[in-house]
Design a protein around this ligand. Sequence first.
Ligand code: F6P
Length: 369
Amino acid sequence: MKSKSGIKRIGILTGGGDCPGLNAVIRGVSKPAHDYGMEVFGIEDGFEGLVQGKARQLYNRDVSGILATGGTILGSSNKGDPFHWPEEVNGEIVIMDKSKAAIRNYEGWKLDALIAIGGDGTMNICQKLSQMGMNIVGVPKTIDNDLEATDQTFGHDSAVYVVSEAIDRLHTTASSHHRVMVVEVMGRYAGWIALHGGLAGGADIILLPEFPFSWKKVYDSVVQRDMMGKRFSIICVAEGAKPEDGQMIVRATDKKRTDPVQLGGIGELVAKKIADETGLETRVTVLGHLQRGGSPTPYDRILSTKFGTYAIELAAKKKFGRMVSLKGSEITSVRIEDAISKQKLVNPSTQAVISAKAVGVSFASDKAE
Ligand code: F6P
């Protein structure tokens, strides 16, 4: 069938950290695009491929059977920002602007539109490329769920599932050995994974970046549980959580990335301080990239498919500069410009916080009140 919309060839890329559901979006975009008679160019390794000219045509056979496959068949990168392109010059990292190379490749491949699947970093790049004349539709991805413009990003549910399952497993060993188990989860500057994963797993204490915690409240909670005869505690701590009188723990910095900060280490500190201050036996588990790997949950497969198919409809209707979004149970779209203006963070009136407190979860923070 010939493309009725005049859109003959689209590009698609996956930017930033991977997450379950990316392939489901690629499939959700490509199958209807082929039905429209469009050609689909898969750009490799995110924006890196757009700058370096790495792309291949995707046919139906390439996107068939990938719905449940984790990762991305296109590859991804969080170092390929065209506006923050790192190059080594005389042993030093120099940051360059390669946006013109990105535009040249887009034009050279004769793309009529680009579907960019990514988180806030990707959407920021999309906004700048849109301003330079590129026709872009964004699809919101991130396990962190920190984009204000959509009720949920795909990938988040799969990460929460991993956390919930891990906490279930930690429960049995914690209760057998009467230990305090600390589990550190991802989420960057937002506490959604810790909040939802902790709630789903029945954690006793949840520590979030949004609610700087009091060490005393943490110690009191675990000691009180011990005195009540509950001889174990589970603490779910977000990698970005910090004490009232402290800072987030930065594990490493990487100048090649637009946001150079890599968080991690707070779980270890929480476990050590509890052991030192209360004498209770503690252990720490850092879930790390397990939260991003593997097959998407059914919820994420469905959301990704809806996002992908909606994105190609937007492109066919030439509604560019927009990002697909979930509002309630409806799929809609917002201007990318508006999507990047605000980060979605947990606050005390978030229903999951209210419900967690109602069932006895401690956030060890006055900020949660
Ligand atoms: O944004 C997704 C995320 O997994 C964060 O939760 C985490 O802080 C970060 O990416 C880890 O990035 P990397 O894979 O580069 O270590």
